[in-house]
Design a protein around this ligand. Structure first.
Ligand code: SF4
Length: 367
């Protein structure tokens, strides 16, 4: 906990410079859930000035892990890692928000957050030849959200990237357990997954949360994966990637997923790919790149505080409407799911690139 005490102390003496960057504070309109409010509460718990109760510890869960405040803060104070550490403490003390423990219980049944086995979904959809063999070096890892909610995107990705599908029985990277504060189960899952992942040299994924979890969080849990990780947008803009030379599509706005943008600084690759197929750069949200606004799906907020998460998604949807674009494109299956839930026509980057390809092929066939 020591490394987080300096962070909580810094916030508690600060005049709340990051107040307006936090989507949770924006949605709840409550000083207690500003980065300053949450960090000060944790410091006061630490100093034994506030009792450790489900109410006070619940504040550690009022965070999307989006890191927006860190970029607005003059000291780049790492608020979300500090709150994550307090989640671990809350979870152990059975003081997490009420929905968190049953969620983890459901997760443990199949090692994914959907409460059902996801492997048959892949096995029904793809013939054995599409799964990586013993000699595969680079594989595609779809992640549980894509498998459960958008398997067609997995199919399009394999076709576009010309890569085999990751064949091991990993149902989920475990990010939901991490965000729940269930560090023990997360760490055990990371250890099992690490052994399977270590067979490959490079793992490509469309899910930025999985990428961050497997590359960085596993390492923090002592289970470093030796493989190199790439997001599909990085893979498609690297030397030797399949070429994309399509043109003439409608206006799209690009939403920066937090785990690809602020966490990884992959801002330009998706924009370059959109421009390559459409002939023009995407329309920008007013809040973009480092200042991008979370879709509402991070930090397990849709489980712990669903109303706040929904209010945040609605704000981002309103920001999308302001762009005047016809279509929202993003590079994360969780973001796509959140936006579709609120009636937005949203596509993953790969869907957009492949559908653009298909649009071109159809028009060629018509000639
Ligand atoms: S995150 Fe930075 S700006 Fe925000 S309250 Fe903490 S120290 Fe102040």
């Amino acid at each position: 906990m020591k490394e987080h005490e300096q962070a909580t102390a810094l916030c508690s003496f600060c005049p709340k410079l990051c107040r307006y960057s936090c989507p949770v504070a924006d949605a709840d309109r409550n000083e207690a859930v500003t980065p300053w409010g949450k960090m000060t509460a944790m410091k006061r718990v630490e100093d034994k000035e506030l009792p450790m109760t489900p109410e006070t510890m619940g504040l550690a869960y009022k965070c999307l892990n989006c890191r927006a405040s860190e970029f607005a803060c003059e000291h780049a104070n790492p608020v979300s890692p500090a709150l994550d550490a307090y989640r671990v403490r809350a979870f152990k003390a059975d003081m997490a928000p009420a929905a968190v423990a049953p969620f983890c219980e459901k997760f443990r049944r199949h090692n994914n957050p959907y409460g059902r086995d996801l492997l048959p979904v892949l096995q029904r959809r793809f013939p054995p030849a599409q799964f990586a063999g013993a000699d595969a070096h680079t594989v595609y890892f779809p992640g549980c959200v894509e498998i459960a909610t958008d398997i067609a995107t997995t199919e399009k990705t394999l076709r576009l990237l010309d890569l085999p599908l990751y064949p091991e029985p990993i149902q989920c990277c475990g990010y939901p357990l991490f965000a729940a504060g269930d560090w023990q189960d997360f760490s055990e899952l990371a250890e099992v997954n690490r052994h399977a992942l270590n067979r490959y040299d490079r793992i490509v994924t469309g899910a930025p949360q999985c990428l961050y979890t497997m590359e960085t969080l596993y390492r923090s849990a002592g289970h470093r994966v030796r493989a190199r990780f790439q997001h599909v947008s990085e893979y498609l803009t690297s030397p030797g990637a399949p070429s994309l030379t399509r043109r003439g599509l409608g206006e799209v706005a690009y939403h920066d997923p937090c785990y690809l943008g602020r966490y990884r600084k992959t801002y330009e690759e998706p924009r370059r790919l959109i421009e390559r197929v459409s002939g023009k750069p995407p329309i920008e949200f007013l809040l973009n790149r480092e200042e991008g606004y979370c879709c509402g799906g991070g930090g397990l907020l849709p489980v712990s505080y669903p109303e706040t998460a929904d209010a945040i998604t609605k704000t981002r949807v309103a920001q999308f409407r302001e762009t005047g674009a016809e279509l929202l494109v993003t590079s994360c299956p969780t973001c796509v799911e959140r936006f579709r839930k609120f009636g937005v026509e949203a596509k993953s980057l790969v869907d957009y690139l492949v559908d653009a390809d298909e649009t071109k092929r159809k028009s060629l066939r018509r000639r």
